[in-house]
Structures are given as structure tokens and as C-alpha cells.
Design a binder for this molecule. Structure first.
Ligand code: RIB
Ligand code: CA
Length: 352
């Protein structure tokens, strides 16, 4: 089955996506001060991968999460905000503020195709009640973009953005505030798929990956922004594998977070004991904590924003080619030590 048959794969993938965690690789060394991060996400509770990626970040002392910014993607932005608040409440980390972002991509219009593939980025329906009820704490009144700009201004060259949804918020901050891009230390992005590397099929169209496809114009602005970028494309996530064995290990730990995973994923996993799924956003977080988990290569990258059959496709090569004069050198992950990644994910997610 082609990987671009995203709607078919999605249910399976999201389950696996949700459950990744990593062993305590201490790439930074115990004395380094934690990296300040902003977590920009199209969040939903497990089996959504964003949720277990956040759990991994919460359980990684190498990271200091200054805030969570939400965006429409996997679901509505309203659901992203509501579910992020609830997971932070379950994790007893309500000290981390949540800022709601864009409810739509810049230009991508809802189409019949969009309504049939994964993701409710085109909708404004009310969020479903998360497990255990809506969180007591609400989102901040400041918008995601205003927070991004304010935080980066206050911490020049210190903040790494973890971007694991459509790039609408980040691109808007870049466009809105002159000098913003120059003051961001780094951005690690789950997005893209490169036909020029192995395993480069898309997951929503033949060549486009979901996050880039939802807001291609925003993805292009971020890629061309000059911010140092590390990309986690489908080429590398396709080498990850989450199965029931890992799920069983995680839920055996019995913590508030693993109980949530059991509640939301358990029925599906029990019905599909032979399930295997990719881990997307979790790998972006893990590789930030421990870059030795992945192999990368520098490619000139750009995003197709022509509203045709390749809309949202990422392209990459070791030199600029005709028509891609705007392409920018980016560090692209293409291989992963999948066992060590899964071990790290599992150990951390299950930690008390
Ligand atoms: O293509 C995978 C990406 O799309 C992940 O970030 C997943 O959460 C969805 O947003
Ligand atoms: Ca995501």
C-alpha cells in the first residue's frame, strides 16, 4: 500500500505514534542547563503522536518548556488547546502556559479531498471532552504568535522551537516581526518527505507530508527564514516501529500518563494486537534531546506552493536546481537507531 494513502494508515499510525519514549541518553551532559523550548503543536490526546511527544518532552530534564502553542492540523485548534491543557493537568504541569494559535492555514482552502483524508484543520467544531473532563486551567489570553514573538525577544538566540504541526504560527511570527528569525536559536520540525532520498513517499498525496501539505505557504516561509533548521521527514519516521510489545511495556508502568494512554489507546490495541505504527513527532523531540539517535545530511530544501497536484510537496537536493533558487540548506534526518529511540521513549514515558 502506498504510504500516501494516509487516511487508511492513519488510525494505525496514530496509535503507534502516540506511544514512543526514549532511554535517558544524556547527549547534553548532566551539567548543561536545559534547552529553552516552545512546543508548537496540532495536539490531541493519545493515540495522537503530539501527545506522547509532549510526554517525552515533559520527562526530559534536558528541556525547559516555556510554553505550548497550538495550531489547527490533526484536528481543530480548539481541540488542540483543550487536549493540551488536559494532558498538562494530568501530568501536573499546569505551570506550563498554553497559547492558542491559528484555526486555519494561510491559503489552503477546505476541499472535498481535505475532508476525506486525515485531519480536521478546516473545521471549527467544538472540542470533544477530553478523558476525565475539560482542564480547570484555560488557555492564556495572549495569542500563540504574540507569545512566540515576546518569548524570543526576551531570550534572543536561546529558544529552540519544536514544531510538530502545520507551520502557520511560526511563519506568521516570522512575517509579523522583523528580526524574529534571527533571534530563534533553532527550529526542529516534523515535516516533509524527500523523493530524492530513500522512503520518500508522502502520506497525504503521493509526495506531500501532512504538516507541510496543510500549510505549504507557511512551510516555505519557515524553510526560507534563515533559522537553523533540523527536519524530521517521513524518510526517517518510516524507519520507526511502535508495536503492542512497546504499548504493553508502557501501560505496565501505571502512572497518570500511562493510564491516559491505556484509556485512550487500549481498546484499539487490544483489537489489533499485531499493529505496527510509525512514530513521527516523538522522533523530533528525541533527536533534539539526543542527536546521536539519527543520521542527517545537509540538503537544499524548498516547498512547492503551486496550487496543483504537487501542492505542499517538499524537495531536496545537494545543490540548487533550476526553479529552486530560493532553496535553503537544511539538516535533514534520513536514518535512526530505531531500537535505541524506542528504548529511550519507553523508559522516559514510563518514569515516575
Ligand atoms: O505527517 C505526520 C505529522 O502529521 C505528525 O506531526 C502528525 O501528528 C500529523 O500532524
Ligand atoms: Ca503533529
Amino acid at each position: 500500500m502506498g504510504q500516501w494513502k494516509y487516511s487508511v494508515l492513519r488510525a494505525v499510525s496514530l496509535l503507534a505514534i502516540t506511544l514512543s519514549l526514549f532511554p535517558a541518553a544524556r547527549a547534553q551532559g548532566p551539567s548543561a542547563s536545559p534547552t529553552k523550548v516552545i512546543f508548537d503543536t496540532d495536539f490531541a490526546v493519545p493515540p495522537q503522536d503530539d501527545a506522547t511527544a509532549l510526554m517525552l518532552a515533559l520527562k526530559s530534564p534536558e528541556l525547559n518548556i516555556l510554553g505550548v502553542t497550538t495550531v489547527a492540523g490533526n484536528d481543530t485548534v480548539q481541540r488542540a488547546t483543550s487536549d493540551a491543557l488536559r494532558v498538562l493537568e494530568i501530568a501536573e504541569r499546569t505551570d506550563i502556559p498554553v497559547y492558542e494559535g491559528f484555526n486555519r492555514p494561510w491559503l489552503h482552502e477546505k476541499t472535498e479531498f481535505a475532508t476525506k483524508v486525515h485531519g480536521k484543520w478546516w473545521s471549527d467544531e467544538a472540542p470533544p471532552m477530553p478523558p476525565g473532563g475539560f482542564a480547570k486551567k484555560k488557555a492564556e489570553s495572549e495569542s500563540a504568535v504574540t507569545f512566540l514573538i515576546r518569548a524570543v525577544e526576551r531570550n534572543p538566540n536561546e529558544i529552540t522551537i519544536i514544531a510538530i504541526g502545520p507551520l502557520t504560527n511560526v511563519a506568521t511570527a516570522i512575517r509579523q516581526k522583523a528580526g524574529f528569525a534571527k533571534k530563534v536559536k533553532k527550529i526542529v520540525i516534523m515535516g516533509g518527505a524527500f523523493a530524492s532520498l530513500a522512503d520518500g513517499s508522502g502520506n497525504v498525496t503521493p509526495n506531500a507530508e501532512f504538516n507541510f501539505w496543510v500549510d505549504p505557504e507557511a512551510a516555505q516561509v519557515v524553510i526560507r527564514s534563515g533559522i537553523p533548521i533540523v527536519l524530521t521527514p517521513l524518510n526517517v519516521t518510516s524507519k520507526t516501529d511502535f508495536s503492542k510489545a512497546s504499548y504493553d511495556k508502557i501501560v505496565a508502568a501505571d502512572t497518570p500518563l500511562t493510564r491516559l494512554i491505556k484509556q485512550t489507546m487500549g481498546p484499539w490495541v487490544e483489537k489489533h494486537p499485531t499493529m505496527h505504527s510509525q512514530m513521527y513527532d516523538q522522533l523530533t523531540v528525541a533527536a533534539l534531546v539526543d542527536p546521536t539517535l539519527v543520521k542527517t545530511k545537509d540538503l537544499y530544501v524548498d516547498v512547492d506552493i503551486n496550487h496543483g497536484p504537487d501542492y505542499g510537496t517538499s524537495l531536496g537536493a545537494d545543490r540548487v536546481w533550476e526553479g529552486a533558487e530560493g532553496a535553503v540548506k537544511v539538516s535533514v534526518q534520513y536514518d535512526v537507531d530505531a531500537n535505541r529511540f524506542l528504548q529511550m521513549f519507553t523508559e522516559r514515558i514510563t518514569s515516575k
